[in-house]
Design a protein around this ligand. Structure first.
Ligand SMILES: Nc1ncnc2c1ncn2[C@@H]1O[C@H](COP(=O)(O)OP(=O)(O)OP(=O)(O)O)[C@@H](O)[C@H]1O
Length: 201
């Protein structure tokens, strides 16, 4: 496999003591990141996304170090940003606009919105949405942006069974050419799609 396809963590140590000297390599596919509360799953995703700089080690994507801000990485956070006035559609458009190289066609965006049952709330301010709907808006933005590395923090918390299935099927479509890390306590929905599992702790 070409190096371009690999995300390599070498001796990564993160602030707050949870992750020490972690070394692993991810190729395209769906990689679950699991472990008990507080073990460092969210911190690891934030480090790869450039939001929590490691205090030791290196993160490489392909042949070079991953810069702190990269349009090759997107993170779907576990909780919605505190922007209650922002309409769902604008949030999605804003996130997708940050990833010009991998922007999908408009038809794909509508398809994701429809599959996640978001069509009826695109005009709604984020602050008026239920927790599950707000989570699905973040997931849609991430799936439409679709850069090389896609990070999902607890993506199935709060979302209904039908939307879980839709999410898993959308992830499956990207398995051959995107590196996807999914931090979760819920393994069952990903059983058929997971390429590997990284157990922290
Ligand atoms: N901003 C912060 N300040 C201080 N400690 C922090 C901060 N962020 C994370 N931590 C600590 O880092 C450790 C790892 O937290 P993290 O959120 O990465 O765990 P997690 O595995 O995602 O947990 P959970 O399963 O509960 O979501 C925890 O001990 C947490 O308290």
């Amino acid at each position: 496999m070409n190096n371009v396809d690999l995300l390599r963590l070498d001796a990564i140590t993160l602030p707050f003591g949870a992750v020490r000297e972690l070394a692993c390599t991810f190729r395209p596919g769906v990689h679950l990141v699991v472990g008990p509360n507080g073990v460092g799953k969210t911190s690891l995703l934030r480090a790869i996304a450039g939001a929590l700089p490691p205090i030791g080690g290196t993160i490489q994507l392909g042949d070079g170090p991953l810069p702190k801000r990269s349009d090759r990485v997107v993170l779907a956070p576990g909780a919605s940003p505190a922007l209650p006035w922002l309409r769902a559609e604008l949030l999605i458009d804003f996130v997708v606009s940050l990833y010009p190289l991998s922007r999908r066609d408009a038809g794909y965006g509508s398809q994701v919105v429809r599959k996640l049952h978001l069509s009826g709330i695109m005009e709604a301010p984020m602050g008026t949405l239920s927790a599950g709907m707000a989570k699905k808006v973040l997931l849609a933005a991430t799936l439409i942006a679709a850069p090389t590395v896609m990070l999902f923090d607890e993506p199935v918390n709060e979302i209904d069974a039908e939307s879980r299935e839709a999410l898993v099927s959308l992830l499956a479509d990207y398995r051959s050419d995107r590196i996807m890390l999914v931090a979760t306590h819920h393994l069952a929905p990903f059983r058929d799609v997971a390429t590997s599992t990284l157990a922290l702790g």
